[in-house]
Design a protein around this ligand. Structure first.
Ligand code: SF4
Length: 267
């Protein structure tokens, strides 16, 4: 039985017409749900029986694959962290070293990482945050911030991800901002967001810090005079020197999913 290695493996098999017959808003979100074991591949009526025979019909196959893959990735990252000098990495990547742990400020909160790659913090560590944090320790070049903000698509290595980023992150942020009055207050209170001025003449501009050398600027304009609202996300132009672009994508997508959940509970 074949197994999917990532969301794109599933996505390549789909018709890509976003018809919603699977009850997902897009083929990409369906592909992500299949890979994460939340839905069976056969829920898309356009998948050939031959393909279903190759990959299996039922979702538990994919569920265990996703979990296994996640554990494998984390084990590999932890092994590599184990061989790193955390004290010198802390100086390079905007953290500090204390009691055998490299401490990073993530959304304003302390995350301590020990030599085994275990993460210690007061809040729940989601699956979308742990791999980027370890990858940041392992691969950040420690390039200082320039203060020059660019959209994701203008990062040097973003080419393969830009279209998905626009859909999965920017549109998701915008949808929540349009429909949830507490959106910007939540960002300030829960994610330590700081309001800033003079950015692209936005009505609201906020900066958050998913990682010390990876700030994100969120600019929003209210609908006005018949024009739709507008939301844009920007990163420092050094972003993909300090975190691989696929991790920037993972972090941003995880964040947008969290905002969606908050919107459902806070309204
Ligand atoms: S039913 Fe298939 S083609 Fe239609 S949106 Fe879902 S995954 Fe895409």
């Amino acid at each position: 039985m074949n197994q999917f290695k990532n969301t794109m493996d599933v996505f390549k098999l789909l018709k890509k017409n976003n018809c919603r017959k699977c009850n997902k808003p897009t083929c990409l979100s369906f592909a992500a749900a299949v890979f994460q074991g939340q839905i069976a591949l056969e829920e898309c009526p356009f998948i050939d029986r031959d393909i279903l025979n190759q990959y299996g019909f039922k979702k538990p196959v994919y569920e265990s694959t996703f979990e296994q893959e996640y554990k494998k990735v984390m084990t590999g990252l932890k092994d590599r962290v184990n061989r790193v000098d955390l004290e010198s990495r802390a100086q390079k990547i905007g953290g500090r070293y204390s009691n055998g742990r490299l401490v990073l400020k993530i959304f304003g909160k302390d995350f301590g990482i020990d030599q085994n790659g275990s993460i210690f913090t007061d809040i729940h560590v989601n699956q979308w945050i742990a791999p980027p944090v370890l990858n940041y320790i392992l691969s950040s070049d420690g390039v200082p911030l320039t203060g020059v903000w660019v959209p994701f698509r203008e990062l040097e290595t973003s080419k393969d991800w830009a279209r998905f980023f626009e859909h999965q992150c920017v549109n998701a942020f915008k949808q929540v901002a349009d429909t949830t009055p507490s959106f910007f207050r939540d960002i300030i209170e829960l994610f330590n967001g700081k309001q800033v001025g003079n950015h692209y003449e936005a009505d609201i501009a906020l900066i958050i810090h998913p990682l010390p050398l990876l700030p994100m600027l969120i600019c929003y304009n209210h609908p006005e005079g018949g024009l739709e609202s507008d939301l844009n996300l920007f990163f420092d132009k050094t972003a993909d020197k300090n975190l691989p672009v696929e991790n920037i994508y993972t972090l941003s997508t995880g964040l947008s999913n969290m905002f969606r959940k908050l919107a459902r509970t806070h309204g």
